[in-house]
Design a protein around this ligand. Structure first.
Ligand code: HEM
Length: 558
């Protein structure tokens, strides 16, 4: 019997490339203005980048001396423009003046539509437990350390708005894995307002400034929420203490959706991610949050930056809830409905590891504003689920990035995966990375460039059926695969107000209940009489006692 030695040519090639790769650092010696090219050989690391590499990827060498135009020519003066005589007109061929003004006019990209106000940092994910029975994803294998980025945000406010305004707070993480970027674009709540992506633009419109007045409008918010009873669980979180976290460090993060994990054998389970802050939760009261909004609109941004600068690195424990694949069908709540949680009594938290944020960005615009997070950035061993919000999001983010940053946004340093991309895509605005001259520009082809892992690499296989698209998620669907518009499948205990009521009655203590009613009624100021009645109805459904308290309190505030 012969021995077969499987040689992974691709990986050997990568390693060879990596070890031979030279990094050039231009180090300035300010006195002599002499440029030294420092060459670092990366023998040990292969092409793999660590957090330091990611944070400095794209950074220009530190230079002093004469400035240059963008094309490299020395600039004569940064201060005095060229005129026709000392009191004459400016001239169109003052090339540096024109370039400087024109570039300044293009310094902004459109802000994110939701989640415009934010800040972020970089760090590492460490896996301390063995969850390989559930997922083959390399980043979650025991002992693995993966560089990562985080962006925290608020939802409704603009780029300059206060980050302490009452809002759900975005908690979006990116892992730079050796199988590509994996993003979990979650919030600091385990649920959401909606269960169908169709309603997302309406929801955001109700939160943002109105068309005529340019003002935010309490009536619109409550009109939408109270006509969308599935929002009640999330609104209860939002109006509770956790709607005003003190800092980004003092809050948990959640993947919120149900995702799929798949192990080496191809066995799927359903998972929910929980990132538990080791700093402990700490929240402002309504009044404190408003006061801080007036004092320092960037309070949370500043807090995170300073903590990391001072070496006080925040840490979150990474945990998951795991639901066996078959149990999804009979669980008492529809486990794909994003307005619901899974009880931790039914599915306890399983330890995975932790992440630490230990590096600030080198450049806010290049690395935070242009960071293009996307729930569709998945890696092998992790899939989506029949959650309609998640499926809509799988489209929405890349589309937003193409509009906001440009179609080649993935070639920007902060968005590049740490391992090379093998693609036939080329050209488009601002193309920066390109294939070798000899590479074919189409597939299938007679060359060696490669094809999809299901393709035979020889022909277009157009007559072949591959069955389920298991890279999205493994899903023998017991409800049939016809395309329909249908209500969510109701499980025995489902109901729009059920879990909001449980959160109020069983989780909140008396003080929290009173602050909840107080916060709700503060937020209701300005609603129309019709919406006011709907608010009473909505909160009575959550809990009659809460409904009565809201009515009583609001009478003193309107
Ligand atoms: C169908 C529903 C949704 C749609 C269509 C949607 C769409 C968007 C869009 C277009 C952006 C701006 C992206 C950009 O320009 O960079 C965004 C940002 C964001 N969304 Fe959603 N979203 C949805 C639901 C959710 C849910 C359920 C969550 C959390 C569980 C969430 C969390 C976030 C976060 C954290 C950001 C900011 C990401 C960053 O920091 O760059 N979104 N969303």
């Amino acid at each position: 019997m012969g021995i077969v030695i499987k040689v992974d040519l691709w990986r050997i090639g990568l390693f060879a490339l990596g070890t031979a790769r030279l990094q050039y650092y231009a180090i300035n010696q300010s006195l002599t203005h002499k440029l030294i090219i420092y060459i670092s050989y990366r023998f040990k690391k292969g092409l793999h980048m660590d957090t330091n590499d990611i944070v400095s990827n794209g950074m220009r060498p530190e230079l002093t001396g004469t400035t240059t135009q963008h094309g490299g020519r020395p600039v004569p003066s940064e201060n005095i423009s060229i005129t026709a005589g000392p009191q004459g007109a400016n001239v169109l061929n003052d090339i540096h003046l024109i370039e400087k003004l024109a570039h300044f006019n293009r310094e902004r990209v459109p802000e994110r539509n939701p989640h415009a106000k934010g800040h972020g940092a970089f760090g590492e994910l460490h896996i301390t437990n063995d969850v390989s029975a559930y997922t083959k994803a390399k980043l979650f294998q025991p002992g693995t350390v993966t560089p990562m980025a985080v962006r925290f945000s608020t939802v409704a406010g603009e780029q300059g708005s206060p980050d302490t305004w009452r809002d759900v707070h975005g908690f979006a993480v990116r892992f730079y894995t050796e199988e590509g970027n994996y993003d979990i674009v979650g919030n600091n709540t385990p649920t959401f307002f909606l269960r169908d992506g169709m309603k997302f633009p309406d929801f955001i419109h109700s939160q943002k400034r109105m068309g005529q007045t340019g003002l935010r409008n309490a009536d619109a918010q409550w009109d939408f929420w109270t006509r969308t009873p599935e929002s009640s669980h999330q609104v209860t979180y939002l109006m509770g203490d956790r709607g005003t976290p003190k800092t980004s460090r003092h809050q948990d993060g959640f993947g919120s959706h149900t995702f799929q994990w798949i192990n080496e054998e191809g066995t799927p389970v359903w998972v929910k991610y929980h990132f538990k802050t080791r700093q402990g939760w700490d929240c402002f009261t309504d009044a404190e949050a408003q006061e801080m909004a007036g004092k320092n609109a960037d309070y949370q941004r500043e807090d995170l930056f300073n903590a990391i600068e001072n070496g006080d690195y925040p840490i979150w424990d990474v945990k998951v809830q795991i639901m066996p694949f078959e149990e999804a069908e009979t669980y008492r709540f529809n486990p794909f409905d994003l307005t619901k949680t899974w009880s931790q009594k039914d599915y306890p938290l399983v330890d995975v590891g932790y992440f630490v944020l230990n590096k600030n960005p080198q450049n806010f615009f290049a690395q935070i504003e242009q960071m293009a997070l996307d729930p569709a950035n998945l890696v092998p061993g992790i899939g989506l689920s029949p959650d309609r919000m998640l499926m809509a999001r799988a489209f929405a983010y890349a589309d937003a990035h193409r509009y906001r940053i440009g179609p080649n946004y993935r070639q920007l340093p902060v968005n590049q995966p740490v391992f090379p991309v093998n693609t036939y895509a080329h050209q488009g605005p601002m193309e920066y990375q390109f294939n070798p001259a000899s590479a074919p520009v189409y597939t299938p082809n007679r060359f060696d460039k490669g094809a999809g892992f299901l393709d035979d690499g020889v022909s277009s296989s157009s007559g072949v059926s591959y069955g389920q698209a298991a890279e999205l998620f493994v899903n023998p669907d017991p409800h049939g695969t016809d395309l329909v518009r249908a209500a969510y499948v109701q499980h025995s205990e489902d109901g729009d107000f059920v879990q909001a009521g449980i959160l109020y009655r069983e989780v909140m203590d008396d003080g929290e209940k009173e602050r909840l009613a107080d916060n709700i009624t503060n937020a209701m100021v300005g609603v129309s009489p019709e919406t006011e009645e709907r608010c009473y109805w909505y909160w009575e459904q959550v809990d009659p006692q809460l409904g009565a308290r809201v009515k009583e309190l609001f009478a003193t505030k309107k």
